[in-house]
Write a protein of this length. Structure first.
Length: 83
């Protein structure tokens, strides 16, 4: 399996190295995601109308996990949990 340091600076890696990382993720991580053993951490969710607020939070670095933008018409009914 590819170690974490191999992933650091991913976009600056050679194409062959990036392909290997993707292959390893598909092989070892994706199956865990599919069965729910690995889930993303959602810090906060915002409707599109508050995208600027979401961006400020992202820039502040005061978050742990994902910041989600949800279409305005789906925001109230979205079932994505936030911490």
């Amino acid at each position: 399996m590819v170690s974490l340091p191999a992933v650091a600076g991913f976009r600056f890696r050679k194409l062959e190295e990036r392909a290997k990382v993707v292959e390893e993720v598909q092989k070892h991580v994706w199956p865990l995601i599919e069965v729910g053993k690995v889930k993303p951490v959602v810090h906060h969710r915002f409707p599109f109308a508050k995208a600027a607020e979401a961006h400020r939070l992202m820039e502040s670095g005061k978050h742990f996990g994902k910041i989600l933008l949800i279409p305005n018409d789906r925001f109230e009914n979205s079932r994505i949990e936030q911490s």
